[in-house]
Design a protein around this ligand. Structure first.
Ligand code: TEU
Ligand code: CA
Length: 539
């Protein structure tokens, strides 16, 4: 029986490699996370989503798994994981694992077997195509550059990989693959895992011959089978990463009958600041009216019929305060504005490590980047003749390593992340932006997040209130209400750095209780200062 506890919960995403190192090798690990449980409890996180910590050659920082049922020694071992599950549980915090089910590492034993011969029992665990050297089966490209087909001369075949060449796609048409995955998930559920994030789950149903790489015809059949055979046997939260999701398909993924998942990560709002028909690297300013329209559409479409995830950040995205806020003179106000804007909506909010501190993007020299996606892009676009400065601007603005610089704990050596040399450089602004400074300042972004998490547990209107967008045409203000019986939550946000009038409808000239603000004083009722956001309770 699923208690749907995640409807009042806030989930904190940890990128283990960059969170806290405990043994001085410059790489974050499970014991490091255990040492920070008190900090996470103080914030009020109900669950921790860990990016992958299973065995991996780290071609894609752990999203290339070579053993689903063991912890990579760089992060610790299974006993550490048991200890984390147990100690977090004692603090009322669940652990959510990141399941990468669309592909394995090419160093996984399944793939090593599969490559041996066409009639090896594991051959059909993957997607193969007969062919001739140098003539790829079709024009499908991999997400990290190059063709999505890799030639294996001994077999006279290509294998399909939507991501790196070291991440061969699994063949979900094969019931043996689906059974292996179900058994692995049940094994983790036995160990007390409280939920799963499903990496690119929409890609598991594909038909590369017909150029279908996601959202194939069998997708929901596969997810319903997986859910029936595993998730529904526990009281779990499950969130599927689905770049192809739209409000209609999200009603299937997050149907309250629990046949599939609790919710999905959808990316319609995330993809707004790129050139039409371009890639994320082809930069365009954020069309603010579109942001209001898209987020409102998702709120309205899923009300009582599904469930939203709410996020600005994750380990693949640039940090929101730099991306759409102002990380210079209004870093604190704009970071708080994004928090208030998001946390008043219906859904489960996700906080990405460092978001609660207002951590920012970085501008490194190319040799200081580590992400395969960045390095391949740099090589591909500079070889194709793009101006280096333009390529670097794209990397500064959208590169995934913006989110992967080490967590900034204090102003000591390497920001308190490691005693050793970090696997990726610490953002130089750690001397100003760090957890120790935040905890010592009762007006910090951290304490606003703590307050928002508390409010979500205190007032049912956060989980169940009906959403209504206000001032739809206003070019600077994102304002909405949530209504549950006689209780109204009113959220008003100035999205920009100019002071603006706040032309609220007459109905709001009433007794209002200020629950949260991006400023330390209330300001004037009919205007909003730069990045001023206010959350009120009425009734
Ligand atoms: O990301 C899916 C994915 O498509 C992203 O890589 C996206 O294309 C890109 O990052 C946009 O910035 C998931 C994981 O979150 C990501 O870290 C992995 O690299 C990827 O799948 C492969 O497992
Ligand atoms: Ca370590």
């Amino acid at each position: 029986m699923n208690s749907k506890w995640w409807k009042q919960a806030v989930i904190y995403q940890i990128y283990p490699k960059s969170f806290q190192d405990s043994n001085g090798d410059g790489i974050g690990d499970l014991q490091g996370i255990i040492s920070r449980l008190d900090y996470l409890k103080k914030l009020g996180a109900d669950a921790l989503w860990l990016s992958p910590v299973c065995c991996s050659p780290q071609d894609d920082n752990g999203y290339d798994i070579s053993d689903y049922q063991d912890i990579d020694p760089m992060f610790g071992n299974l006993e550490d994981m048991d200890e984390l599950i147990e100690k977090a549980g004692k603090q009322g915090i669940r652990i959510i694992m990141d399941l990468v089910l669309n592909h394995t590492s090419d160093e996984h034993p399944w793939f090593k077997e599969a490559k041996k011969s066409k009639d090896n029992p594991y051959h059909d665990y993957y997607v193969w195509k007969d062919g001739v050297a140098g003539v790829v089966p079709n024009g499908l490209r991999a997400c990290f550059g190059g063709p999505a087909w890799e030639w294996v001369p001994e077999l006279g075949q290509y294998y399909f990989h939507q991501f790196s060449v070291k991440q061969p796609d699994l063949n979900w048409e094969n019931p043996k693959v689906r059974r292996e995955i179900q058994d692995m998930i049940l094994w983790w559920m036995e160990k007390g895992i409280g939920g799963f994030r499903l990496d690119v789950i929409d890609c598991v149903a594909k038909d590369p011959d017909r150029l279908i790489t996601a959202d194939g015809p069998k997708l929901h059949t596969y997810i319903q089978e997986l859910s029936r055979e595993t998730f529904q046997k526990g009281d779990l939260v499950t969130v599927g990463e689905a770049w192809s999701a739209n409000p209609e398909s999200a009603l299937l993924y997050s149907n309250p009958d629990g046949r599939e998942l609790s919710m999905v990560f959808q990316f319609e709002h995330i993809c707004l600041d790129q050139k039409k028909g371009g890639e994320k690297w082809d930069l365009a300013p954020l069309p603010f009216p579109e942001l209001k329209r898209v987020l409102s559409a998702w709120q309205e479409a899923l009300f009582c019929k599904g469930w939203n995830s709410l996020f600005w950040n994750n380990h693949d995205l640039p940090r929101i305060v730099s991306r759409w806020g102002n990380d210079k003179e209004y870093r604190v106000e704009s970071a708080k504005m994004f928090a208030i804007l998001l946390h008043g909506m219906q859904g489960t909010p996700y906080i990405y490590q460092g978001e609660e501190l207002g951590m920012t993007n970085v501008r490194y020299h190319i040799e200081d980047y580590r992400d395969i996606e960045i390095l391949n892009l740099y090589r591909e676009r500079t070889e194709a003749g793009y101006k280096k400065s333009d390529v670097m601007e794209s990397i500064y603005t959208k590169g995934r390593d913006n989110a992967r610089t080490p967590m900034q704990w204090n102003q000591g050596k390497e920001a308190g992340f490691t005693e050793g040399t970090p696997w990726i450089k610490v953002n130089p602004n750690y001397t100003k932006i760090n957890a120790e400074a935040a905890l010592a300042d009762d007006t910090s972004i951290f304490y606003l997040y703590q307050k928002l998490i508390e409010l979500r547990k205190t007032y049912d209107v956060f989980a169940d209130g009906k959403y209504r967008l206000l001032l739809p045409e206003d070019p600077d203000i994102f304002a909405y209400t949530r209504t549950l019986e006689k209780t109204v939550l009113l959220v008003v946000c100035n999205f920009y750095s100019n002071k603006v009038l706040l032309p609220l409808p007459k109905e709001f000239d009433c007794e209002k209780k200020l629950l949260a603000s991006s400023y330390t004083d209330e300001g004037l009722p009919n205007e909003l200062r730069p990045y001023e956001a206010r959350m009120y309770l009425i009734g």
